[in-house]
Design a protein around this ligand. Structure first.
Ligand SMILES: [Zn+2]
Length: 509
């Protein structure tokens, strides 16, 4: 009781002292009237100094901490801005480092001519165009995302000092990517003259194994070709793997089926009798080539890619939960990835949507638009037991002695579906290969899981994008998730599946 009273008095004193700066005179006055408490005031004076000292010490530590954090972590974001003027200054002292594939093949390197001009060379030409990008005019691809690392030199310190004195440029660090050369070549060549994209990821890490987009460009001549590349009709600079927004077609049945699994524990008892067409409230859906699939359960409907059954499934879903699942699968939001220039997929169904809209949406038509990257991420999460790894393309940077300077590690986004749902979806996607529309991918060498898609566009039923979305695993656990779209090529089985085959053969070489 007594102690607490004393404390109150001290607090009053502290308050009085804190008023000192504001009103010295009134402080003097109060001191005179409180001679007895002088001792107490002296003690609290010391305490006051201690408090102030600790306060400023803490403030200093916080500021120093933030400063170190800024220098080591955040500064990269600022320096790596492609429009940062400091970078061009940096490139006066450092020869831009090389960009390498996962196994050390040179994808980009710089030469300095006798007159001091630096030439950037891309030995594989257009094959790696959108993945590796270009280092001029705002930059793109790894050239953009790894810019900071490419313009930093961590060669031997003595060598750097000597070169500095001589006025010579130091060698910038190499950026080693996660890209697989034979896989990239197979994807690029297999795309042929079609426009479209191929994106391949390692499900357990998120490493980008291949990224192809067509039409393409030659990164060796980007500066010279620039005016033509940015002229009205050209979309060659657009990276369709990360920025192309396409109707998903039947590949979206993965999402619709997942929603049905989530909402119906007894999904195994679902049946539908497909007669080739299905009409509800005056809106009619047709199966591909009006084929009648007959009596099917959900697995068979998925394997046959039956539009009528899936339009029916769509109508059976609770719309609120269907929308909430697409949210969980990252529609209408930025995708978690270190890659630049990535667009968000869109899903526009609402609780008030008409049955016609629901039927269309459930089979991947309607207003839904997806990027190939997003579809590969969903397939990768199924392969990975529901856990999504964030896609990245730079594995590490290294100095000219091949010593690692900065290592980038896989990052998990978390689970986007339960492991049970992923296991059932794996069974469904496997059935597509053993008994369904992707049977051309069935082989003993590795096991393929997937979903084909034939996405109508231009409201002309003969204009179709050819899709394949899936993954594969071999006996050693080596995995790959892949999304392929070939614009206007026809059905998924006729074009995207054979291209998937070429890619998988190259990957499991
Ligand atoms: Zn059908």
């Amino acid at each position: 009781m007594k102690a607490s009273k004393r404390k109150n008095e001290n607090n009053k004193k502290l308050y009085d002292i804190s008023m000192m700066d504001l009103d010295d005179a009134s402080y003097e006055k109060s001191r005179k009237g409180q001679g007895k408490r002088k001792q107490v005031a002296g003690k609290s004076n010391n305490r006051e100094f201690a408090v102030i000292t600790y306060f400023f010490l803490a403030l200093f530590i916080c500021m120093a901490g933030y400063f170190i954090y800024f220098i080591t972590v955040r500064s990269e974001d600022f320096i790596n801005n492609s429009y940062n003027a400091r970078l061009s200054t940096l490139s006066n002292y450092v020869t831009r480092g090389r960009i390498l594939s996962a196994d050390g093949e040179v994808l980009a390197q710089s030469f300095t001519l006798e007159d001091g001009t630096e030439i950037r060379e891309y030995p594989y030409g257009a094959t790696f165009a959108h993945a590796v990008g270009y280092s001029v005019n705002g930059m793109a691809g790894v050239e953009l995302d790894g810019n900071f690392n490419l313009l930093r030199s961590n060669s031997f310190i003595l060598e750097r000092v000597i070169k500095e004195i001589k006025g010579e440029k130091n060698q910038g660090d190499d950026v080693v990517t996660t890209l697989d050369v034979p896989l990239q070549q197979a994807a690029y060549q297999g795309m042929g003259q079609y426009n479209g994209a191929v994106i391949a990821l390692e499900p357990s890490t998120g490493k980008v194994l291949a990224m192809v987009s067509k039409p393409d460009y030659d990164p060796n001549t980007v500066a010279a070709d620039w005016d033509q590349l940015i002229s009205g009709d050209s979309t060659a600079l657009l990276n369709r793997a990360t920025q192309g927004l396409y109707p998903p077609g039947s590949t979206f049945k993965i999402v619709t089926a997942l929603s049905y699994l989530e909402q119906n524990e007894n999904y195994g008892s679902y049946t539908f009798d497909c007669s080739g067409s299905y009409e509800v409230s005056g809106y009619e859906i047709h199966c591909y080539h009006n084929k009648a699939h007959g009596q099917e359960n959900l697995l068979q409907a998925f394997g046959n890619s039956c539009n009528n059954a899936f339009a029916n499934v769509g109508l059976l879903l609770n719309p609120k939960k269907y929308i909430s699942l697409t949210d969980q699968l990252l529609f209408n939001q930025p995708l978690p990835t270190k890659l630049s220039n990535v667009k968000s997929s869109s899903f526009t169904l609402t609780e008030n949507s008409s049955s016609a809209e629901i039927m269309q949406t459930a089979i991947g038509q309607g207003n839904t638009l997806v990027t190939p990257l997003h579809m590969a991420m969903i397939a990768g999460a199924v392969a990975n037991g529901g856990e999504l790894m964030e896609p990245y393309m730079i594995d590490h940077s290294q100095n000219d002695q091949q010593e690692v300077v900065k290592q980038f590690y896989p990052e998990s986004y978390g689970t986007i579906m339960s492991s049970d749902e992923a296991a059932v979806m794996e069974e469904f996607m496997r059935y597509v290969v053993t008994d369904g529309t992707a049977s051309a991918l069935n082989t003993d060498r590795y096991t393929v899981y997937g979903k084909t898609g034939t996405a109508e566009y231009n409201s002309n039923k003969n204009d179709n994008h050819s899709w394949f979305v899936g993954y594969a695993r071999d006996a050693y656990g080596k995995e790959i998730a892949i999304a392929i779209i070939m614009e206007g090529a026809g059905s998924g089985s006729s074009h995207a599946v054979p291209l998937a085959k070429k890619c998988l053969e190259a990957y499991y070489r």
